[in-house]
Ligand binder design. Sequence first.
Ligand code: GLA
Length: 397
Amino acid sequence: MNLKNLTEKFIKIFGESDKKIRFFTSPGRVNLIGEHIDYCGGYVFPAALTLSTTVAVRYNGTNTVRMAATDLNNIYVCNLNDCDAAKNLNWGNYQAGMIKELSLRGYKFSGMDMLFTGTLPFGSGLSSSASIEMATGIALVNMAVNKNEINLSNIDIAVCGKACENNFCGVNCGIMDQFASAMGKKDHAILLNCATLDYEYIPLTLGEYVLVLANTCKKHSLGASKYNERRAEVTKGLEIMNALYGRIYENLCEYSLFELEAVKDKFEDSLIYRRVYHVISENERVKTAVNILKEGKLTEFGKILCQANDSIRYNYEVTGDELDAMYDAAMTQTDDGNVLGSRMTGAGFGGCTVNIVKENYVDKFIEITGRLYTEKTGIAPEFYVCSIGDGAREIIE
Ligand code: GLA
């Protein structure tokens, strides 16, 4: 929805006022490699999409934040004196969580009306929730009563977003999605060290290739998925490694693959070993993949993406039938360099794969992958050619 239509809809819902309407936006992300290791202090390599959440905001002179969305009928209310009451809203809880986390960091708010709109498909592994959190966060820090006294950066807002998911929404996620949404840069991916939050922008120069997202249209829900279970498994893995090495490392990714393989026989639980193997090998793959990309070796980069998919599929087991069917369909098209690589992206159990596809082959890719996928699953998929965009910001008209 363009800003003019958004403004009209805003006035229809919340009425006229002499206060100004401001607009803030924040994108979803695709993760190229480094999956399920942000919460183990690993390296990840996401990029912000141009698909995003946009929010129109205006002070309302009350003590409540009223929230609506262009595709929902209700107005959801968060009382600024009691954000916790909004925890159980089936929509609006991410926003209320951001108000709460930012308040804990000293921000003071007066009432506002907020209308959300977006282009991100929900539950598709492209971080629609992080984009809502970051759009809300950037709006809130710019609208706060005492905004000139506190100066949180976009990275700080990302950290708040993670806290909001962890503390308010009950998802024990890592920092990757919020960081990518807050800090994205057009035509670049971000190499992020999740232990230190050091980061580097790497140009995504793909020549005659483009990134195509293939959406399984199998909805995933982070809370309902095995996400928290995997976190518990790798926490156990870290305890085992620390006990075996007599160390007190905070993060599994501080261990090398060499160190892991040296104690393989001492792991009593082979399932935990496989989970740990994924985490540590994935961390090493990210570093290799980024170096290879910097050298422009796209074919090799694609191969590493496929290796990463094998690891998350067989060792970490968070793909599921639909993502596997989508990946397998892409892999039938690697001849003549039409498809250089593919992997699931995001939390898994549904959502999207990301594919490196020759630009002049995209239509054929969509046709063949879509047909094979539907034959196998009975579901009609969706495809999006990716554009890599900027992170959270105010839209100045
Ligand atoms: C979700 C989480 C992230 C990350 C990915 C898997 O998107 O929000 O923190 O763990 O899954 O890489």
